[in-house]
Write a protein that binds this ligand. Structure first.
Ligand code: SF4
Length: 206
């Protein structure tokens, strides 16, 4: 995927106007060195589910980098999982990706259980969004279209039985495993630079 720096720069300028803190790196291997300048060992950290974070090595770093890593595990009881998920609101740093970023600087995320978007909106002192340039789109309509293109793939990846898994099309389902339950569009951060956006000059995630 070729990188149109004019579009990247326009997006970064508009992210700044909305009090987000954008960075651009050329490749996924550049993400961790940048994050290491902004996140200190010993911090309490957590993340939302993200293919991109795995591709950039962020997941391994969070688990093994000397942090207090808050994540539910399969050996926990339901009560323990609920408790640790709630604790993530108090994390120093929270990591996730985004479904789409419009060139006007808005950030789009759709969620199922909302455990990803809730700490994005409020709680952790620092939020880090890592996104490949394939997530940049020009219009709101393209962002919504992208979200509905991604959701069936995510449902299939997780093993859900929503109707979109069959044909890749959204049926606006009322299935109990629906992954599109909460739509969050970040238009501005009242806290300057709380949300860092690292754009990577590669195609990452879905
Ligand atoms: S609303 Fe249902 S069918 Fe549509 S993309 Fe989301 S999970 Fe799939």
């Amino acid at each position: 995927m070729s990188v149109d720096m004019k579009i990247v720069n326009e997006t970064m300028e508009n992210l700044k106007k909305r009090q987000f803190r954008p960075f651009y790196v050329e490749k996924k291997e550049d993400v961790l060195p940048l994050l290491k300048t902004m996140v200190k060992e010993g911090e309490t950290v957590a993340n939302g589910g993200s293919v991109t974070l795995g591709q950039c090595g962020v997941m391994d770093w969070l688990k093994n980098g000397g942090f207090n890593y808050l994540a539910p595990t399969s050996d926990m009881t339901d009560a323990e999982k609920k408790n640790i998920t709630r604790q993530r609101f108090f994390a120093d740093s929270f990591f996730l990706s985004s479904n789409a970023i419009t060139t006007d600087g808005r950030i789009w995320n759709e969620d199922g259980a909302s455990t990803r978007v809730a700490p994005l909106i409020y709680g952790p002192d620092k939020v880090f969004i890592v996104a490949g340039i394939n997530k940049i789109v020009k219009t709101q309509a393209e962002a919504v279209k992208r979200i509905k293109w991604v959701a069936p793939q995510n449902c299939a990846r997780i093993g859900f039985a929503t109707p979109c898994v069959e044909d890749g099309q959204c049926h606006n389902c009322m299935h109990f495993q629906r992954s599109c339950c909460t739509s969050v569009t970040l238009s501005y951060s009242r806290i300057p630079d709380r949300i860092t956006v690292i754009l990577v000059g590669e195609e990452l995630g879905v």
